[in-house]
Design a protein around this ligand. Sequence first.
Ligand code: ADP
Ligand code: 5GP
Length: 193
Amino acid sequence: MKHLPIVISGPSGVGKGTLVSRLLEEDDTLTKSVSCTTRRPREGEENGKNYFFITEREFRSRIEENDFLEYDEHFGSFYGTPRSFVERLLKEKSVIMEIDVVGGLNAKRLLPETLLIMIAPPSLEELKSRLAGRGSEGDEALALRLRRARYELEQSPLYDYVVVNDDLERALEELRGIIRRECERSSEQEAES
Ligand code: ADP
Ligand code: 5GP
C-alpha cells in the first residue's frame, strides 16, 4: 500500500489529539509526525512525543536551514513540521501531521499527494465546552483559540474532507474509511503509471 502524508486540521479542542491517538493505536500502517514548537509544555506533555519543545533561537536557525516542511506562528509561539523527520517516516508508513490550516495548505504545496482532512465540531458551543473541559488554557488563551476556530473552519472548502467529531466512535469510523480508501486509490494510481 502506498504511504500518504495526511494532514489533520481543526480548531484547538475539537478532538484531533483524541482521534489521532485512537487511529494510531489500531493501525500500524500509520504513524504521526512530531512538530517542533516554542510554546511551553502543558502538564503531562512529553518532549519528542507531543512536540519537540525547542527555543525560539533554535527554531529560527532551523528556518534558516530550510529544515521545516512548513511552519507558522500561533498564539505567540512558533510551530513547525520537521521536513527530514517526515520524509524518513514516509518510507515506512503513512504519516499523520496534526497541524493548522495554513500549515496544511503549505505542506500540500510541497507534497501534492497530501490528504487534507478537517475535523469540525458539531457546534462552536460544543467546542467551547470541550476546550474549557480540557482545562489546559486560561481565559485569555481560550478566547484566542475560539476566535481562531472560526477562521480555521471557514477554510474547510479548501480541504479534501471534513469530518464532524460529534460522536467519537462514528467520527473514527468515518476517518478510518477515508484513509483506507485514499491509500488504496493512490496505490492503484501508482500501479497504473
Ligand atoms: P485537540 O487535539 O483538537 O486540541 P483534544 O483531543 O485535546 O483536542 O480534545 C479536547 C477535549 O474534548 C478533550 O477533553 C477530549 O477528551 C474531548 N473530546 C474529544 N472528542 C470528543 C467527542 N467526540 N465528544 C466529546 N468530547 C470529546
Ligand atoms: P496547541 O498549542 O493547542 O498544541 O496547538 C495550537 C495550534 O498549532 C493548533 O491549531 C495546531 O494544529 C497548530 N500546530 C501544531 N503543530 C503545528 C505545526 O507543525 N505546524 C503548524 N503550522 N501548526 C501546528
